[in-house]
Design a protein around this ligand. Sequence first.
Ligand SMILES: Cc1cc2nc3c(=O)[nH]c(=O)nc-3n(C[C@H](O)[C@H](O)[C@H](O)COP(=O)(O)OP(=O)(O)OC[C@H]3O[C@@H](n4cnc5c(N)ncnc54)[C@H](O)[C@@H]3O)c2cc1C
Length: 302
Amino acid sequence: MPLSPEHRAEIEAARATPRQTLRAVSEGMEAHLYRAHEVLDHGFVRVIDYMGDDAAIVQAARVSYGAGTKHVSNDEGLIRYLMRHWHSTPFEMCEVKLHVKLPVFVARQWIRHRTANVNEYSARYSILDREFYIPEPAQLAAQSKVNNQGRGAVLEGAEAARVLAMLKSDAAQMYDHYEEMLSQEDQQGLARELARMNLPMNIYTQWYWKTDLHNLFHFLRLRADAHAQYEIRVYAEAIARVVADWVPLAHAAFEDYRMGGTALSAKGVAVLKRRLAGEAVGYEQSGMSKGEWREFEAVWGA
Ligand SMILES: Cc1cc2nc3c(=O)[nH]c(=O)nc-3n(C[C@H](O)[C@H](O)[C@H](O)COP(=O)(O)OP(=O)(O)OC[C@H]3O[C@@H](n4cnc5c(N)ncnc54)[C@H](O)[C@@H]3O)c2cc1C
């Protein structure tokens, strides 16, 4: 269960205490504030605070005294222009602070995104909860035969049961030993900062994670992508849904140019021009590597 009844009550209490402000407010984001969006079996993402909205991006780009332009269509055009031309600093004017609960092996991938501020739950100070990520049957998959960094066929029958039983019993045993090792009144045991070293990577941790919209888009571009590992991708997808409500114009531009768009190398441009002129250009004439050609053809091939 991602949230205890006490945690739910704290969230409801926070949401029941509105405050007046002169600051820019995004109605879409206000609906998300404090609420937990469940991810995986025990995880969640929730917005703790945010700064700015679509108008704040426009306002910063124009360095204006007021709230940007009066017309949504003008704002949309400018935001699309900024996104198209990698004019990124106006997007940095919007910020978001998230509370995330996630398995440690997901946190290891996430923390590589250095352009954020992080404060993690201290397992030196506190005892970790007995919560482990156990994949859904559809996510219990064998090593991919074509992609060294991916998974292939989903396990079935006895093999799925064997793997699942090991995941569950190992996690339970390691947590039992963690508890048994901790210093207690009747035994010297180990300090919390040491006892935790025996815990598996699928145990859950929590952190506050703050970043700006430009770097958040970069994170989403990499982690909401089909090449990202499923377990971090579902977090990125949950955040992307929140961002769509927070800054709908910027999110739509991001979807169009970054997630849905594609970059072309000079060689790619040349091949496309020759093809449009009626020439039959294949891999041998392209000057590209095999990998580049495969990726080029995946988008532009017949
Ligand atoms: C599909 C996938 C597979 C991956 N596989 C591996 C792997 O096998 N091994 C591995 O180690 N990592 C791997 N990574 C992690 C990846 O290499 C990056 O560390 C991670 O995606 C964070 O990206 P970033 O550095 O651009 O983000 P951020 O740290 O948020 O940085 C954003 C941008 O800021 C700039 N920047 C930040 N810090 C610096 C700096 N110190 N110096 C210069 N510029 C800086 C860069 O332009 C950077 O792109 C993988 C990532 C993905 C998405």
